[in-house]
Write a protein that binds this ligand. Structure first.
Ligand SMILES: Cc1cc2nc3c(=O)[nH]c(=O)nc-3n(C[C@H](O)[C@H](O)[C@H](O)COP(=O)(O)O)c2cc1C
Ligand code: SF4
Length: 416
């Protein structure tokens, strides 16, 4: 029987998220004090050797990004941005972290800022997350009153200011460069990469953009050391991961477990199995921009290295379970409607392509067995061309769920 291993969520549901006193009493801000007593480089080194990978979807090594940003020219202003947009369908773990322990994110951001020498930070948050915004705002005010934010933090000579910026509800604004455009007050259109934010980010300055869960890991890494962090998880995905499980399971929710847990253990031991008690039909791993896997992937170890070997993705940790009595065609249509709606319209292949593949998908219910197979083939081919010619990662996203549906579920879809 697999159990949760709570590091990020260890105080969630235990301390009052509105109280800095309770956060401090549970050991909060100790890591910041420790970080401030050492050098900036020491913080970057510790995060580097922890092997922490970004939890926002791409799994980029966090330490490397910190190092890249720390390598900015002397005197250049740099920023830390917390990506709290959480727009991926099926993902709700950042919200749980922010609502249950907002000081952990504030502390993680100050530590990150100290590491790279940034003086200003922003939390770019999904506008509908009213409760998260309220709790974070309260935590920021308390941190200012207690001397953890502002000028000359705890007499260290280091100064850092932090602000919240709510987004306006665009999925694409969760993409780091589009996020920065939005943060600068512009329309949420993507920028061309490179340059990456670490070289040229907010207002052209080096910027560290990290996901909520990534930043929430920093206090424990600094407090307990990188070797401790590496003692859980797998070699290339150290630490824990917070998964958001939804769909046809008895106990949907957020579960923090060691990276590398087996998919079926997550579903059966933590989410208490499927609603109808039958083996699941499919799991959509990583949200709308993720990959479908069949029941034969039950033994899949949820870490970057194993997932890659088997052609699956982890994304931000969304696990959407499809029960044996649910049809896949409506799910596919819903995903394609989502991309059509969220396409920003800047480039033709995605603007027209997302509309076209969604409309073609609406023809499935009327089509017979063989026509469904050719229809799926046509949609997949179209999505593949779209991925090659689109300007940003959104246009490259529909191919992942579609291709894995085709690989594993063509016959299921043809017969549904
Ligand atoms: C279309 C799109 C939407 C994204 N949405 C989010 C999001 O809501 N939250 C997030 O943390 N990362 C999101 N990302 C990933 C970010 O671009 C970026 O990789 C991440 O914020 C980096 O943080 P990390 O290294 O800590 O994961 C999105 C990416 C794409 C392409
Ligand atoms: S790929 Fe889609 S979302 Fe990205 S720029 Fe083109 S139209 Fe906009």
């Amino acid at each position: 029987m697999i159990r949760e291993k709570r590091i990020i969520l260890k105080n969630s549901g235990i301390i009052d998220p509105r109280s800095i006193k309770e956060y401090i009493a549970s050991g909060g801000y100790k890591a910041l004090v420790k970080a401030l007593s050492g050098t900036h480089e020491k913080v970057v080194e510790e995060v580097m050797s922890s092997g922490l990978r970004g939890r926002g979807g791409a799994g980029f090594p966090t330490g490397l990004k910190k190092q890249a940003t720390a390598g900015k020219k002397a005197g250049a202003i740099s920023y830390v941005v917390c990506n709290a947009d959480e727009g991926e369908p099926g993902t709700f773990k950042d919200r749980v972290i922010m609502e249950s322990n907002p000081h952990l994110i504030v502390e993680g951001m100050i530590i990150a800022a100290y590491g790279i020498g940034a003086e200003k930070g922003y939390i770019y948050i999904r506008g509908e997350y009213y409760d998260s915004i309220k709790k974070l705002q309260n935590a920021i005010s308390q941190a200012y009153e207690s001397g953890y934010l502002g000028s000359n933090i705890l007499g260290s000579g280091f100064s850092f200011d932090l602000e919240i910026k709510p987004g306006a509800g665009s999925y694409l604004c969760g993409e780091e460069l589009t996020l920065l455009e939005s943060l600068e007050g512009k329309r949420g259109y993507p920028r061309i990469k490179p340059p990456f934010p670490a070289e040229r980010g907010l207002w052209g300055k080096p910027t560290l953009v990290n996901n909520v869960e990534t930043l929430a890991n920093l206090p424990d890494i600094i407090e307990n050391g990188s070797a401790w962090f590496r003692s859980s998880g797998t070699e290339r995905t150290p630490g824990t991961k917070v998964f958001s499980i939804s769909g046809d399971v008895k106990k949907p929710g957020c579960y923090e477990v060691e990276a590398g847990i087996m998919l079926n253990d997550l579903i059966n031991d933590l989410a208490c199995g499927t609603v109808n008690g039958q083996p699941w039909k499919a799991v959509l791993l990583g949200g709308a921009a993720g990959t479908f896997v069949p029941f034969s992937f039950s033994d899949l170890s949820l870490c970057y290295e194993r997932l890659k070997e088997r052609g699956a993705t982890l994304g931000s940790g969304a696990v959407i379970v499809v029960g044996s009595d649910r049809k896949l065609i409506p799910l596919m249509q819903s995903i394609l409607r989502f991309f059509r709606h969220e396409s920003c319209g800047k480039c033709v292949p995605c603007r027209l392509g997302t509309t076209y593949i969604h409309e073609r998908s609406l023809q499935f219910p009327e089509a017979g067995h063989d026509t469904r197979i050719t229809l799926l083939e046509e949609i997949v081919n179209h999505a593949r061309e779209m991925a090659k010619s689109s300007l940003c990662p959104l246009g490259q996203s529909p191919i992942l769920p579609l291709e894995t549906l085709q690989i594993h579920f063509t016959e299921t879809i043809a017969k549904e």
